[in-house]
Design a protein. Structure first.
Length: 276
């Protein structure tokens, strides 16, 4: 009799802590729905939900385009939380999105084998890889979300998955809720960092694209100006100069024709009747 009561008490205590951790975060309740959903997602940015990151998936849920059960890293826990936020019943994880990956992982680069091609660096959604072209690359372990997106592009298969490994040792029933609260706090900390890095990376990519587009437009405009200068319109400065030059040439030729006794017809050719 006492045991079930104690377990129920533990669970309530645990949930009040967990809900408090999420709900009391600064300004969460005042944010748009998509951001409140995003705040519940794990921020692995792996794309397994069929969207290019957690925020795009949150937007799709908020607009009713996507179901709430497409995030394997979030699992049942995240489904329950989103269902509660939306006032809906939880549903099981969609098996079409389930990769069967049970544990949290990070990756490690075998630096001896790395050829510095930088393909992994471009693939990482949270900038957790550092390196420069033709130089060794390495993973910032604390920033890696375990999305595995860098593995497939590596041409020499030198990126390896490692389990982060939460402590497997059994803990007392009283300590379990505390451990869960601490683990949740750590998950939130990592998720916040991953969200920030993902957002900054996307802003950087967008800014570079805009700069590239701006340079392309400026080059095009410069080419158009050059073409216009090469083909002057009637009445333009360039056309007037050409007309002045042609008139001067005509005067010289006419003078020369008078001097030589030939007839200048204004065409730039001398009169063939004079054999010139
Ligand atoms: S963690 Fe992966 S599957 Fe889950 S919402 Fe984010 S991008 Fe989608
Ligand atoms: S290092 Fe690889 S596994 Fe880690 S976050 Fe970046 S792309 Fe994902
Ligand atoms: S993709 Fe592989 S070889 Fe290329 S830089 Fe990354 S780890 Fe090195």
């Amino acid at each position: 009799m006492l045991k079930p009561l104690r377990q129920a008490g533990d669970t309530m205590l645990q949930w009040s802590f967990l809900l408090g951790l999420t709900a009391s975060r600064p300004g969460v309740r005042d944010r748009p729905l998509e951001e409140r959903i995003d705040a519940l997602l794990p921020q692995t940015q792996c794309g397994q939900c069929d969207y290019p990151g957690c925020l795009p998936y949150a937007r799709a849920i908020a607009s009713g385009e996507a179901e709430i059960n497409q995030c394997p890293p979030g699992g049942e826990r995240t489904i329950r939380r989103i269902a509660r936020l939306l006032g809906r019943k939880p549903v099981p994880l969609n098996p079409a999105h389930d990769d069967g990956k049970a544990s949290t992982t990070v990756v490690r680069i075998d630096e001896e084998q790395c050829i510095g091609c930088a393909l992994c660096l471009k693939a990482c959604p949270v900038d957790a890889i550092v390196g420069a072209p033709r130089l060794m690359h390495t993973v910032i372990r604390d920033e890696c979300t375990g999305c595995d997106l860098c593995i497939e592009p590596c041409p020499v298969d030198c990126i390896h998955v490692e389990t982060t490994g939460e402590p497997a040792a059994p803990v007392s029933p009283l300590a379990a809720p505390i451990r869960e609260v601490l683990a949740e706090a750590e998950r939130l900390r990592r998720a916040d960092r991953a969200r920030l890095r993902f957002r900054r990376r996307n802003e950087r990519i967008t800014r570079r694209e805009q700069e590239r587009e701006q340079r392309r437009r400026e080059k095009k405009a410069a080419r158009t100006v050059l073409r216009k200068e090469a083909l002057p319109e009637p009445g333009s400065d360039h056309a007037s100069k050409q007309a002045v030059i042609q008139a001067a040439v005509a005067r010289v030729r006419a003078r020369r024709a008078r001097r030589d006794g030939t007839v200048y017809d204004g065409s730039g050719r001398s009169d063939p009747r004079n054999g010139t």
